[in-house]
Design a protein around this ligand. Structure first.
Ligand code: ARG
Length: 462
């Protein structure tokens, strides 16, 4: 079939090896919906402009609707030796309706056709991923709302630093996902322009109207320059980058869940539905799910670098190298959607071990900074001096095998007489957390502000 419709100059049958290398149907058949929709819009426009007859348009439209049904019901399997999805569908159409089918490709090339199909796919996938991100943000907020008072050690360098609350920690990830969402939406908007009607590279002498197809397919307007359009894959690179960045965030959260599930922490318990056993050690419960989410970053990063490398150095306009654009994008989209769904379920079902977290706050003198701040505020000391005095207090606590918050007033005053009784209440971990009331800080009231603000933002996304 493909030989007949697309090889005016080639007389010999192509070698099997060429077909194995050249044919993209095994993977671009995923684009059958977009291809049919694009062809319907193109045929509609051709008829509107009087380039094909209304009668031919009627046949094409009906034929394409039937082909869609044939594909979805499995009658037309897309496993033939057609070169790609475009040839397969056009070939089937011509088989069904004869000459009218052969008129469909008027004023069109596979170059603008594939640019259209792929862009439609990317735009839709972008919206779909963005929707799942909103769902994940909602779930994180729900967990946060239950834990605005749950203390845990905030860390830097993976060392205990200052007490924070668990809601604050969850809201950090919700903030990342909000940025991810905004990145997907801005890519959608930047790329929502129609490639169809660009033909091979230079436009067409036929009196087409690209605004008609653009509008029918849900694009804002046609793209500006055809030479650019048929060789532009920025939209594909953007979704790959957006997925890679989002997966990097998911990977960081997964890494924390893995750590927190370890016996050394036991801050969370993942639902049995999200853990697996070991084939040899009967006592084990392994966090395979967050490990896989962490591991998936490898392939999505690879997909991004892969396409950047394909595009680098291509002369204008279309080159067959660009057929390599699709599999990585399909893989990243599939990975993103699955990962978001799994993550959402896992977060919703995990158990937060409040007591373990709070117990961990008694290690590491988390309120040491509060003592230094106190000496600055109450005794008027320069911060550097206050810092050294506090260091001595921490040494004393270490000697006594106590946390700084457990020292008595006389212990504290044995280091510096300027430490007054009113410091005692400040060294308590909860007080320390609630003292950080600056905007964006961890104090429960500030965390509640963040929750409120993100909920308002969610509502505004509709
Ligand atoms: N299968 C091709 C691709 O995915 C379609 C475009 C082919 N165009 C061409 N002039 N060979 O890129």
């Amino acid at each position: 079939m493909s030989k007949k419709i697309a090889s005016a100059r080639i007389s010999e049958k192509s070698s099997q090896l060429l077909q194995d290398l050249n044919n993209s149907l095994p993977f671009d058949k995923l684009l059958y919906r977009e291809d049919i929709e694009g062809s319907k819009a193109h045929a509609f426009m051709l008829a509107q402009q009087g380039i094909i007859s209304k009668e031919d348009y009627g046949k094409i439209e009906t034929g394409l609707v039937e082909i869609l049904e044939e594909i979805e019901s499995g009658i037309f399997t897309l496993n033939g030796d057609d070169e790609d999805i475009h040839m397969a569908i056009e070939g089937r159409l011509t088989q069904k309706i004869g000459d009218a089918g052969k008129r469909l490709h008027t004023a069109r090339s596979r170059n603008d056709q594939v640019a259209l199909d792929f862009r439609l796919y990317v735009q839709r996938s972008t919206k779909e991923i963005a929707e799942f991100l909103l769902k994940n943000i909602t779930t994180l907020i729900k967990v946060a709302e239950e834990h605005t008072e749950t203390l845990l050690p905030g860390m830097t360098h993976l060392q205990h630093a200052q007490p924070i609350n668990f809601a604050y920690h969850m809201m950090a990830y919700a903030s990342m996902f909000k940025r991810d969402y905004e990145r997907f939406i801005s890519s959608y908007e930047r790329n929502n322009y129609s490639p169809i009607g660009c033909a091979a590279l230079a436009g067409t002498p036929h009196p087409i109207n690209r605004k008609i197809t653009a509008e029918k397919l849900g694009f804002y307007t046609p793209t500006l320059n055809c030479l650019d359009t048929v060789s532009d894959r920025d939209f594909a690179l953007e979704i790959l980058f957006n997925v890679a960045t989002m997966m990097m965030h998911i990977s960081r959260l997964s890494e924390e869940l893995i750590l927190w599930s370890a016996s050394e922490f036991r801050w969370v318990t993942l639902s049995d539905r999200h853990a697996t056993g070991s084939s040899i050690m009967p006592q084990k419960k392994n966090p395979d799910i967050p490990e896989l989410l962490r591991g998936k970053t490898g392939r999505v990063n690879g997909n991004l670098v892969g396409l950047l490398t394909v595009m680098k150095g291509l002369p204008l306009a279309y080159n067959k190298d660009m057929q390599e654009d699709k599999e990585g994008v399909f893989d990243s989209v599939r990975t993103a959607l699955l990962s978001l769904r799994v993550l959402d379920e896992m977060i919703a079902e995990m158990k937060v071990n409040t007591e373990q977290m709070e117990k961990a706050c008694m290690i590491g003198h988390l309120s040491a900074t509060d003592l230094a701040d106190y000496l600055v505020r109450e005794a008027g000391l320069p911060f550097r001096d206050a810092y050294h005095i506090t260091g001595n207090v921490v040494n004393l606590a270490e000697e006594k095998k106590m946390d700084i918050s457990e020292l008595s007033l006389s212990d504290l005053q044995s280091i510096d007489k300027r430490i007054g009784e009113n410091v005692m209440i400040l060294l308590d971990n909860r007080a320390s957390m609630n003292a950080r009331r600056s905007e964006g800080g961890t104090a429960t009231i500030r965390t509640l502000d963040q929750i409120k603000s993100l909920k308002a933002w969610l509502l505004a996304q509709g």
